[in-house]
Design a protein around this ligand. Structure first.
Ligand code: FAS
Ligand code: PHB
Length: 404
């Protein structure tokens, strides 16, 4: 295990793993420190939708072989409200853009396999405790691995350690600005061994609350329903879940929600969060370590991937030219696109969920907004452009500079 590396990466989730892979293809060494074990990281149920830019980034670094075989390209989504169904067609509204259904668990498995086979060190059960010297030329990451305290020195350190990680705290409080919104509801998410009852994702607004029908594969469905904060999944036996989903997806006309064995249940809270700047000295923050969105807009994983792409491009530029200008612009470059995604995620969450405290007037406003989207190409295009992912500034080159 090296005691020094060019880029120390804290966190082996999508942000850290994709960054390590992109750096490797640019011939830049890194070390990834991941606090959990491999099984935990690979099994953790999270996102399911990849924007085209995320697919492009995975292809650009040779991590998309299985994704290209097993990923399901989706050309639209369905909105349901007031007993009606409305399809939003992505290609016709965005000039050809689509999304791909491919679970975050699979992205993580693919990146871990590549990192272990070809990349730099990826240490599991390596818990980082502190980033020291972020504002010096030689930052240090202090961590514990196999019961022993260790220190990794580096040229740069990237906090990819998620919302509950430690890297963000290395940005002094007087420098750090945080922005946050919490929501008066959560999601109860389930995995069910049953084919999806729809060809594309269904987002449903109903007086009983929001529901989402997604999937993981042709035989495994992923569904969510809005529940009060603090809900105990144990209070939701399978039949109650299916009955409630039936009620929320109900539309005029014949449509049937297929039921099957539920193999996983979890409640996840909703939060919007941004920390600025995403850089301090030689410390950079990427992914959930810097920002959180409510999952309604399917942005979380994709934002993490964008940060990794922008940062890897900046490090590759520094290596190739000696210029740190892209590194210096990293935070602003990511934040400009991030705030647009924060708004879109907030918008999708607010227009589709029924806040228990909302008035009948609020509900009529939601229905008016949803009807506007269903009835206007312009309003539908705004949703489609945001959902499929806005172009990344200086988007990913067809292939990264080959490893020199
Ligand atoms: P991650 O949190 O994925 O990874 C951070 C990694 O750092 C973890 O593996 C953690 O173990 C490790 N770590 C933390 N502290 C450490 C330390 N001190 N030392 C070493 N390692 C440390 N997004 C969507 O788009 N759609 C969804 O449906 C969706 N559902 C979600 C459900 C849940 C329960 C959660 C929490 C998030 C969900 N998200 C969803 C968002 C999610 O996909 C994130 O955006 C994505 O995982 C972000 O990736 P990372 O930034 O890599 O952070
Ligand atoms: C998922 O498949 O987990 C998923 C899909 C779309 C969302 C959120 C979650 O908006």
């Amino acid at each position: 295990m090296p005691r020094h590396t060019t880029v120390a990466i804290i966190g082996g989730g999508p942000a850290g793993l994709l960054l390590a892979r992109l750096l490797h293809t640019a011939g830049i060494d890194s070390v990834v420190l991941e606090s959990r074990d491999r099984t935990y990281v690979e099994q953790r149920q999270r996102a399911g939708i990849l924007e085209q830019a995320t697919v492009d980034a995975l292809r650009a670094c040779g991590a998309a072989a299985r994704l290209d075989r097993e990923g399901l390209v989706h050309q639209g989504i369905e909105l349901r409200f007031a007993g009606r169904s409305h399809r939003i067609d992505f290609p016709s509204l965005t000039g050809g853009r689509t999304v791909t259904v491919y679970a975050q668990t699979e992205v993580v498995k693919d990146l871990i396999a590549l990192q272990l086979a070809e990349g730099g060190p990826l240490l599991f059960e390596a818990q980082a405790h502190e980033v020291a010297g972020a504002d010096t030329e030689r930052p240090e990451v202090r961590y514990t691995h196999e019961g022993r305290k260790q220190t990794l020195t580096c040229d740069y350190v990237v906090g990819c350690d998620g919302f509950h990680g430690i890297a963000r705290a290395a940005v002094p409080e007087q420098v750090r600005r945080t922005y946050e919104r919490t929501y008066p509801y959560s999601w109860l998410g389930i995995l069910a061994e049953v084919p999806a009852s729809c060809d594309e994702l269904i987002y449903a607004h109903s007086p009983r609350g929001f529901a989402l029908h997604s999937l993981r594969s042709p035989s495994v469905s992923r569904l969510y329903l809005q529940v009060p904060n603090g809900t105990d999944p144990g209070d939701w036996p399978d039949d109650r879940i299916w009955d409630e989903l039936d009620a929320r997806f109900a539309i005029d006309g014949d449509w049937r929600l297929e039921r099957g064995p539920i193999t996983a249940k979890a409640v996840l809270p909703m939060r919007s969060f941004v920390t600025e700047p995403m850089r301090y000295g030689r410390l950079f923050l990427a992914g959930d370590a810097a920002h959180i969105v409510p999952p309604t807009g399917a942005k979380g994983l994709n934002l993490a991937a964008t940060d990794a792409v922008v940062l890897a491009r900046a490090f590759a530029h520094l290596k190739a030219t000696g210029s740190a200008d892209l590194l210096d612009a990293y935070s602003d470059t990511c934040l400009r696109r991030l705030w647009r995604a924060e708004h879109f995620s907030y918008f999708m969450t607010s227009v589709l969920h029924t806040d228990p405290a909302q008035s009948p007037f609020d509900t009529r406003l939601q229905l008016a907004q949803l009807q506007r989207i269903a009835g206007s190409r312009h309003a539908a295009a705004e949703l489609a452009e945001n959902y499929t992912g806005l172009p990344m500034e200086g988007s990913v080159p067809p292939s990264f500079p080959s490893a020199r």
